[in-house]
Design a protein around this ligand. Structure first.
Ligand SMILES: Nc1nc2c(c(=O)[nH]1)N[C@H]1C(S)=C(S)[C@@H](COP(=O)(O)O)O[C@H]1N2
Ligand SMILES: [Mo]
Length: 451
């Protein structure tokens, strides 16, 4: 380019810049064809407010030292193509699904729980999805796997995995929660981490075929009132599901978060029963038998039943109640000293959308409504946040969800009044995090206490 051309280009750029600037000023914030800035920050808004400071003031020398220490690397980096399937940073290696040895000493019957304390947003990464097996995991060759629909139907059917993918697909963000979530906390507090108090649950985007589409293709006979899905693994996992529930919003899913199901979550296909106990979400599903009565299978008699205070047993519980937990600050963290914090957590309800979440810092005397900070989808995790100033005194933090049906999450005394102390499942009452006073022996530590 000659000097002249360069000059011309420069002038043009300058001109077009001032042109678009004029358009911007003329149209206010909105410019034809789209919004450039919804709100220009006023000088007052970006002024320093000492009350909100999180990081301490840094001097010129400190800044120089930090920048020099973190200067650009002198050597070339590593070849990313060596890792065709990406993994998290090695510095995140402590973020893992974990199990409690005493809970499932037999390695085949496993429960590994999701590290909720390390998650952000409303999606659980596939490698951290909790896992529960009654008889160990299996690897299934999808070319050999079949889904059979039989029993009280007009046309018994056998689907290959390719057949299933020819149907319209549906993707939905949904939580899956084992009703044993929180079970270890029924009689009193036991464990100091949200991974243990609430980690038998995850939330991912499931993709698959609506179950009703397949059932309609088979045609349910008028006497057919129950569905009995069964898994292909050693546990022969089965649960009885009323036909109306199966015809509602259930899915046969083949993908989670955009990729094929993980082996431990049911590859190549699993049943998804939105909002309901995860034990109904039969993995490696191989058949659905249509019957005229529930099966009273092992998994709905000896397990997943609730022993009531009067000694009777309640079975066939389906939906998971509204629930919530503060994941930060929570027992895995320690307060950094008095100042500004944001309480962050997850709320969910098997009956639909979260309506609102309230937070208390004084064990339930005063409540403040939190802000919902994610999409609010039915039967999915919903994120909430609330800013607070910690003056260093002892706090008793709890969160309480109200769902769209008007159901309000109970506290533990309220829950015990109805359910007694013999039950194991559906412990969905609030938990309490005690923040120890800054100047106390356990200054700033966070403890699970029962309230
Ligand atoms: N085939 C089969 N499906 C199963 C199970 C099983 O052991 N085998 N466990 C059930 C239970 S008890 C739960 S809580 C959920 C857990 O789903 P996840 O392992 O994908 O998190 O799967 C359910 N489906
Ligand atoms: Mo479960």
């Amino acid at each position: 380019m000659t000097d002249k051309v360069v000059e011309k280009v420069a002038v043009q750029t300058e001109e077009s810049r001032s042109q678009s600037r004029r358009a911007f000023l003329k149209g206010g914030a909105a410019v034809a064809g789209g919004v450039l800035f919804t709100q220009a920050a006023s000088a007052r808004e970006i002024q320093f407010d000492p009350k909100r400071a999180v990081a301490p003031y840094a001097g010129r020398e400190e800044i120089t030292t930090v920048l020099q220490d973190q200067s650009a690397r002198k050597a070339l980096g590593w070849g990313v193509r060596q890792y065709p399937y990406g993994m998290p940073s090695p510095f995140e290696k402590e973020v893992q699904r974990r199990t409690l040895e005493w809970l499932t000493p037999d390695s085949m019957a496993s429960i590994t729980m999701t590290p909720l304390q390390s998650l952000h947003g409303m999606i659980t990464p596939n490698g951290l999805h909790f896992e529960r097996y009654h008889g160990g995991g299996i690897n299934i060759n999808p070319d050999e796997h079949r889904l059979v629909i039989h029993g009280l139907v007009e046309r018994p059917l056998i689907f290959t995995m390719d057949d299933l993918k020819r149907f319209p697909a549906e993707s939905r963000v949904l939580f899956a929660e084992c009703p044993a979530n929180g079970a270890m906390e029924w009689k009193g507090v036991q464990l100091n981490s949200v991974q243990w108090t609430h980690g038998m649950m995850s939330c991912v985007e499931w993709t698959g075929v609506r179950l009703s589409t397949l059932l309609k293709e088979a045609g349910i006979r008028p006497e057919g009132t129950w569905l009995i899905p069964e898994g292909a693994d050693a546990s022969g996992m089965a649960r009885s599901i009323p036909v109306e529930l199966g015809m509602d919003d259930c899915m046969i899913a083949y993908a989670q978060n955009g990729e094929a199901l993980r082996p431990e979550n049911g590859y190549p296909i699993r049943l998804v029963v939105p909002g309901c106990e995860a034990n109904m979400w039969v993995k490696h599903i191989r058949r659905i038998q249509v019957t005229d009565k529930p099966l009273q299978h092992r998994e709905e008699t000896s397990k997943y039943t609730e022993l009531m205070p009067d000694g009777t047993v309640q079975n066939m519980s389906f939906y998971m109640e509204a629930n919530s937990v503060i994941t930060y600050p929570s027992p895995d963290f320690k307060m950094q000293g008095p100042g500004r914090y944001v309480a962050k957590g997850i709320a969910w309800s098997g009956r639909g959308k979260v309506d609102h979440v309230d937070i208390t810092f004084d064990g339930g005397r005063n409540w403040t409504e939190a802000k919902l900070t994610s999409a609010v989808l039915p039967k999915a995790w919903t994120r909430f946040e609330l800013e607070f100033d910690w003056d260093g005194s002892e706090l008793l933090m709890m969160s309480r969800t109200t769902d769209e049906t008007g159901y309000v999450q109970p506290n533990m005394p309220q829950m015990r009044e109805i359910e007694g102390t013999n039950n194991v499942y559906h412990r969905t009452a609030m938990v309490t995090w005690k923040i120890h006073a800054h100047n106390s022996e356990f200054g700033g530590m966070i403890e699970n206490v029962q309230f």
